[in-house]
Write a protein that binds this ligand. Structure first.
Ligand code: CTP
Ligand code: MG
Length: 216
């Protein structure tokens, strides 16, 4: 089945801070977004990559047959929705954060297979901290830890399912599409993720990513 990849890269990186958004910071001498795009380009099943970036960057981006840049939106969900309009006629779509440079082909292939079979799949890692639901500085609920997983990307979908849920959730601000797919009644499979596929969120995450490259 044909595969397209959507990379939302239009965020401002407010938790990371600094002058330039974190997805353009260098890791091993290259912008993080470029590392991610190159890793998907090297995968034989990926026919097209659509990257959502800040509108002012679209004109200066280098469009190619396989890599297209479109304007993102005010939320991650809107950026993914904008990119989805340009994936073309594909059967499977993966959505991957621009700032997770360490995803593996092993996980990606497992996710594509699970999405082809069941409709939707995401990489999940067990949480190690106890997670409390808190309101007004008080614990309201403590979910059973073994039942919790932290959601990573790439999240993979049959294209029709991703289109369906993004249309139905238009205007919302969901942080991932797997949750949306589940919300609208689709079966969503969890595939084992990998703790090294962390999201670069704060400066210390980039420092750790640099150390991982040096040790590799
Ligand atoms: N993203 C996007 N469009 C937005 C917001 C986020 O394409 N309007 C992208 C980010 O560029 C990133 C991914 O969604 O690749 C995951 O989001 P996150 O890590 O939260 O990045 P930011 O939103 O940029 O960071 P912060 O939440 O700290 O501001
Ligand atoms: Mg964000």
């Amino acid at each position: 089945m044909s595969v397209a990849v959507i990379i939302p890269a239009a965020g401002s990186g407010s938790r990371f801070g600094g002058e330039i958004p974190k997805q353009f910071r260098l890791l091993g001498g290259k912008p993080i977004l470029q590392l991610v795009v190159e890793r998907f380009l090297a995968h034989e099943r990926v026919s097209r990559i659509v990257v959502a970036v800040a509108e002012m960057l679209v004109d200066e981006a280098k469009q190619t047959d396989r890599v297209k840049f479109v304007a993102g939106g005010a939320t991650r969900q809107q950026s993914v929705t904008n990119a989805l309009a340009s994936v073309g006629d594909v059967e499977l779509v993966a959505v991957h954060d621009a700032v997770r440079p360490f995803f593996t082909y092993g996980t990606f292939d497992a996710l594509l297979a699970a999405a082809a079979e069941h409709g939707a799949a995401f990489p999940g890692v067990p949480v190690t901290d106890t997670i409390h639901l808190v309101r007004d500085d008080r614990i309201v609920q403590t979910p059973d830890r073994p039942a919790l997983v932290a959601a990573q990307t790439p999240q993979c979908f049959r294209a029709a399912i991703l289109r369906d849920v993004l249309t139905r959730a238009a205007g919302d601000d969901a942080t991932d599409e797997a949750g949306l797919a589940a919300r609208f009644g689709h079966e969503v499979r969890v595939v084992p993720g990998d703790p090294t596929n962390f999201k670069i969120t704060r400066p210390e995450d980039l420092a750790m990513a640099e150390r991982m490259l040096e040790e590799a």
